[in-house]
Design a protein around this ligand. Structure first.
Ligand code: CDP
Ligand code: CDP
Length: 227
């Protein structure tokens, strides 16, 4: 192999996965894959078409026609759906509120996880999501389960919002807790800590501290691999 490893980062909303995954990927010269953006892209498209998540057959039929692209750029990444830039549209409250319902559909999960495995097949990938260590990349050389209290996660997300989004901190906390619950309780590849994942509670940790810790773990995993 090329000496590279795959790193899986899973955990609930607002734990810091994408911020830290992106940073770790940059430092290692690896590719960052935001799998949440893929579920969000499918959700955005279904909302455009007014297809309800209960209508799994219809969702699947439409999902199969989608071309989802994640393109790295200076602000992180651009997300394209059939060549339309939906980078900001996929982060709205409307998408937040629906995404876990579309993400429950087995066929959608199968479709996206196949693409995700393909993206990681040559190693050198940092992938974040809910089911990466447990389901998508069970052989990843390093698995992190990142958590923080729901209060802290809501506080972080609230700090990111602009005034046009009318939601209180309490409402946001409730919505996040609800989404966590749906993600944990779904039948197919739920949010779960893989047996061999390292748990990192970031409630009182800063971004630099978390990134440094994961880089250390990554170097250890790389060393173990070449032995
Ligand atoms: O950024 P945030 O943590 O709010 O969410 P995200 O990572 O963008 O994921 C949005 C939603 O997509 C999650 O709440 C899950 O319902 C779904 N998702 C999933 O089911 N499996 C993944 N590997 C990634 C996301
Ligand atoms: O991807 P995930 O939903 O797990 O979280 P994120 O979008 O990376 O992080 C949510 C927010 O928390 C961002 O604004 C980060 O800058 C912030 N954050 C933090 O304040 N402290 C950390 N240790 C990690 C993230």
């Amino acid at each position: 192999n090329n000496g590279k490893i795959n790193i899986a980062i899973d955990g609930p909303a607002g734990a810091g996965k994408s911020t830290i995954a992106r940073r770790v990927a940059t430092r290692l010269g690896y590719i960052y894959v935001d799998t949440g953006a893929m579920y969000r892209a499918v959700t955005w498209h279904m909302l455009q078409l007014n297809i309800e998540p209960d209508n799994a057959e219809n969702v699947l039929q439409e999902a199969q026609k989608l071309v989802i692209e994640l393109i790295p750029d200076e602000n992180g990444q651009k997300v394209l759906v059939n060549e339309i830039d939906v980078t900001s549209e996929i982060r709205t409250l409307a998408v937040n509120r629906s995404v876990s319902r579309y993400a429950q559909i087995e066929g959608v999960r199968l479709q996206l996880s196949t693409i995700q495995r393909h993206m990681a097949s040559r190693k050198g990938v940092v992938m974040d999501g809910r089911d990466i260590g447990s389901h998508v990349l069970p052989d990843a050389e390093l698995k992190i389960f990142m958590t923080a209290t729901v209060q802290e996660r809501a506080r972080r997300r609230f700090a990111e919002m602009d005034a046009s989004e009318s939601i209180t901190l309490e409402q946001l906390e409730q919505e996040i807790a609800q989404r966590d619950q749906l993600d944990e309780q779904r039948e197919f590849s739920p949010l779960v800590c893989a047996d061999d994942a390292i748990v990192l509670d970031t409630t009182t940790m800063g971004i630099d501290e978390v990134a440094t810790r994961i880089l250390e773990l990554a170097h250890t995993a790389m060393a173990g691999q070449t032995r």
